[in-house]
Design a protein around this ligand. Structure first.
Ligand code: URA
Length: 189
């Protein structure tokens, strides 16, 4: 889609917050411009900063495995982040950085128009679903965000650190597949 490509090109030149000073690449997002399912992560890590692609490091490999568990491939969905430039030493993005970057994510959401959004981890859930999101209590729960069905699951990096969270995530993923089959015309057809 031309508009999404135009947005990407503008984003690649963004200097709206200090994260732009140390970045090697802007990590805009990848996937189908008409994806029915969008994943939102927190922000680029080292491998993503080096390549310009979201979720290509260890967390990304686990995300690919999680997609495979529900019979999906990243080429069928859209993957974005709350901030498009890597925070130093992978610290959480600051509120100011998230606010400065927010219009890029809003642009992606407005153009892709997913039916379902899955937030990866607390930072993305707090940015997209509600500011006081409690990931331990509210992962796997459906919310309505401006008419879009939204859920958060544990961030793949959290699942790499703490394997005891994986069974709950497996349950959440199965619930995601069930709802995606119901709401998305093309994903499982
Ligand atoms: N973690 C994220 O939140 N996003 C990425 O793109 C990579 C790791």
């Amino acid at each position: 889609m031309e508009e999404l490509e135009a947005l990407r090109r503008r984003c690649l030149n963004c200097r709206e917050c200090p994260l732009s000073e140390q970045r090697r690449h802007v990590v805009f997002g990848v996937g189908r411009a008409d994806a029915e399912l969008m994943f939102i992560g927190e922000g680029p890590g080292e491998q993503e900063d080096l390549t310009g692609e979201p979720f290509v490091g260890p967390a990304g490999r686990l995300l690919d495995d999680m997609l495979e568990l529900i019979d999906l491939h990243r080429s069928q969905v859209y993957i974005a982040n709350v901030v498009k430039c890597r925070p130093p030493r992978n610290r959480d993005p600051l509120g100011e950085e998230q606010n400065a970057c927010r219009h890029w994510l809003d642009g992606q959401l407005a153009l892709v128009r997913p039916k379902i959004v899955v937030c990866l981890g607390r930072i993305a859930a707090a940015a997209y679903i509600k500011p006081d999101f409690k990931i331990t209590r509210e992962h796997g729960v459906w919310f309505d965000v401006d008419g879009v069905r939204a859920m958060a699951i544990y961030h793949p990096s959290a699942l790499l650190r703490d394997v005891s969270k994986r069974p709950e995530t497996f349950t959440d993923l199965r619930e995601l597949r069930r709802t995606a089959r119901e709401l998305c015309q093309h994903l499982y057809s």
